[in-house]
Design a protein around this ligand. Structure first.
Ligand code: ZN
Length: 311
């Protein structure tokens, strides 16, 4: 069955300034790489709807949503935090980014597709329940997880976050909520400088030192993520798909290659096939070297859509 590719033009209109690494060119690079590789021909294209206030409020305080709405500038930029800005299109982009993840869940639950990839920005995993943070306005993957809990009455959802930065926002929203298992691998120490903890119930931290290579990354995932997932037996898997652990990325210092993103996607698919009827929705987080981002998303989607390397 097919894999959905969900995006919206508004996501390319959100622009935080010429020097900002989280740029509209990221989505253009992904689009170009998927077309050049031929992968796009095998994806089912969907336009993302706009998430409502009610949907955003599943994961955020009303105060945060209203604060974002109140700051949208008519022209120029407005700051939400030292790294996160809005132009006149940013609220629309953020609503469609969360709406993409919701649509992905609905398509997968309806059996229209097995899996979905949301090519959206702003990213989400640093946004906490009451605030925007680290390029993120609303927490797209957390809104999707809450949508699955509410609409489909699921009771075990895994959020797997392989972005090079810790998913502090997702942790903030789901700490002590045992319906959600968050597995996060991240370079440590690095932004957002989360205190690494062990044995915190539904939150699994896998800190990786600068310089971590493919073999050490794969070994850490096998040792920590896979047993936790086998124990949890998720009914649905959401992926916070950041590609900034790639060795070419300018914002971090891990030494992964695009093949590692294909590998971890294969591992996640095996878990999903065993426990979750194969159900996966992946949503874009980081990845700031445009070439590395493009080839990494191609590797991720070759795996997600079971395309192999045949073309
Ligand atoms: Zn990141």
């Amino acid at each position: 069955m097919a894999t959905a590719y969900i995006t919206h033009p508004a996501c390319s209109d959100h622009d935080m300034g010429d020097d900002h690494p989280e740029s509209p060119q990221r989505l253009a690079a992904i689009n170009d790489a998927l077309i050049q590789s031929g992968v796009m021909d095998f994806l089912q294209y969907h336009t993302a709807p706009s998430a409502t206030d009610e949907q955003l409020a599943l994961a955020h305080t009303i105060e945060h949503i209203n604060h974002v709405k109140s700051l949208v500038p008519e022209r120029g930029l407005a700051a939400l935090d030292p790294d996160t800005y809005m132009n006149s299109h940013s609220l629309s982009a953020a609503r469609h980014a969360a709406g993409a993840a919701i649509l992905g869940c609905d398509l997968v639950m309806a059996g229209d597709v097995t899996s979905a990839f949301c090519a959206v920005r702003p990213p989400g995993h640093h946004a906490e329940k009451p605030k925007a943070m680290g390029f993120c306005i609303f927490n797209n993957v957390a809104v999707a997880a809450h949508h699955l809990l509410k609409r489909y009455k699921l009771t075990r959802i895994a959020v797997l976050d392989f972005d090079v930065h810790h998913g502090n926002g997702t942790e903030d929203i789901f700490k002590n909520d045992t319906r959600v298992l968050l597995c996060s691998s991240f370079q440590h120490p690095l932004y957002p400088h989360t205190a690494v903890q062990k044995d915190t119930g539904n939150i699994l931290h896998v800190p990786l030192p600068a310089g971590t290579n493919s073999a050490d990354f794969r070994s850490a995932i096998r040792q920590h993520w896979l047993p936790a997932l086998a124990h949890f037996q998720p009914q649905f898997i959401l992926i916070s798909a950041g590609f900034d652990a790639h060795k070419l990325d300018p914002l971090a210092n891990l030494n992964l290659s695009e093949g590692d993103f294909g590998w971890i996607t294969d591992e996640i698919k095996t878990v999903a096939a065993r426990y979750a009827n194969g159900r996966i929705v992946s949503t874009l987080e980081g990845g700031y070297d445009l070439h590395a981002l493009g080839i990494s998303v191609v590797a991720h989607l070759r795996s997600l859509a079971s395309l192999g390397n045949a073309f």
